[in-house]
Ligand binder design. Structure first.
Ligand SMILES: Nc1ncnc2c1ncn2[C@@H]1O[C@H](COP(=O)(O)OP(=O)(O)O)[C@@H](O)[C@H]1O
Ligand SMILES: [Mg+2]
Length: 360
């Protein structure tokens, strides 16, 4: 049984539809990341699940209960926002316990839970401080703690790490993952940061313009993108694309373009390909490499620019009208203007239909 089930969910602001007929099934204990560009409807979806916005159609179930019209406090969810939303005049201890106190929970139980959560999030030393006396990371830990004390089954997190600097963000990201491993609770986490999505998620739900583009494990979303939007959105640098068409000869399938001709017979086509059908070939920077002297290069390129990245470097190449990014070892000595023969890992290609943009 799904822990969180959305069926034909529609949400509008006034007359503007943001989500329409969206379906999503999240299993118990999953860490689902909603990933997409700013304005694509991630927060709207999360707020809909939380009950902070009314839906215009469809159904929301949590743990088997229809909660479509339930009050937010009766949905068994805990929510963490980007803007911490702490009470500035209350101590950390008060901020953590406030919700429990007003719900009338026994005071010994309140203290026990606050102590436990403070321990888990390394907040014990800070319990008597006010939010203004905390760093951004500590404030966000309090905000997460406030959701944790409620002992809910589903946590909804809306860009909780976005306001933190890069180092702290990476640190808190690991803490969140650890927390999820320890609690085993269902988490739905919104972000526009692909690294956050790839590192945290058990499954990533990639969204664009209110529509789910792909919902799968980070590995599959990264290596088998369902369409060009997903292919471009994940990965840095973005996936390389070469425009061309397919040719079938003696039961073999070839990709042909102005810069590359390669046998793609091994490719797992969803529908049998036909000759002269348009085709975009996608290949990631880490799957291109300089052809060895012994093997024939598949493409002739000219080196435009080298970007050192520390552990590796990104080499920008031009082949006719196609520009390509290739990832290499940092010590590889290359000079601008140099001609380089490039080969690609044939098993790693993605092929797309140029008109529908979908994976072939
Ligand atoms: N309160 C609101 N009233 C009207 N439109 C809104 C409101 N909140 C968000 N929107 C619009 O809904 C769309 C989705 O917004 P949102 O869910 O916040 O996107 P995301 O969280 O993915 O950045 C955007 O076009 C945004 O401008
Ligand atoms: Mg948002």
């Amino acid at each position: 049984m799904s822990n969180v089930s959305l069926q034909a969910l529609s949400i509008s602001y006034g007359k503007t539809p943001i989500l329409s007929h969206l379906d999503l099934e999240i299993q118990e204990g999953e860490f689902v990341v909603l990933l997409g560009p700013s304005g694509c409807g991630k927060s709207t979806l999360l707020h809909g699940i939380a009950g902070l916005i009314d839906v215009t159609g469809g159904r929301i179930s949590i743990a088997g209960q229809d909660v479509t019209w339930a009050d937010p406090k009766d949905r068994g969810i805990g929510m963490v926002f980007q803007s911490y939303a702490l009470y500035p005049t209350m101590t950390v201890e008060r901020n953590l316990s406030f919700g429990l106190r007003i719900s009338g929970l026994d005071i010994t139980e309140v203290k026990k839970r606050v102590a436990h959560v403070a321990e888990m999030l390394q907040l014990t030393e800070l319990l008597q401080r006010k939010p203004a006396q905390l760093s951004g990371g500590q404030r966000q830990r309090v905000a997460i703690g406030r959701a944790l004390v409620r002992d809910v089954k589903v946590f909804l997190l809306d860009e909780p790490l976005s306001n933190l600097d890069a180092k702290l963000r990476a640190e808190l990201r690991r803490e969140l993952k650890q927390l999820h491993q320890n609690l085993g609770a269902t988490m739905i986490h919104v972000t526009h940061d692909q690294i956050e999505a790839l590192t945290l998620a058990t499954r990533i739900c990639v969204m664009n313009k209110g529509v789910i583009q792909q919902f799968d494990t980070p590995e599959v979303v990264y290596s088998h993108p369902a369409n060009r939007f997903v292919a471009s959105f994940l990965g840095s640098p973005s996936m390389n694309f070469i425009e061309g068409h397919l040719q079938i000869q003696d039961r073999q399938v070839f990709f042909e373009s102005s810069v590359l001709r390669m046998d793609v017979s091994h490719y797992a086509f969803k529908v049998p390909p036909s000759s002269n059908q348009g085709c975009s070939l996608g290949i990631r920077a880490e799957h291109l490499f300089p052809a060895a002297e012994s093997t024939a290069p598949q493409m002739e390129t000219e080196l435009l620019l080298v970007e050192p990245m520390g552990a590796h470097q990104i080499v920008w190449l031009q082949s006719n009208d196609v520009s390509l990014a290739m990832q290499t070892e940092p010590q590889m000595a290359l000079s601008v203007g140099e001609k380089i023969g490039i080969a690609l890992q044939a098993q790693k290609i993605s092929l797309f239909d140029p008109s529908s943009q979908n994976r072939l």
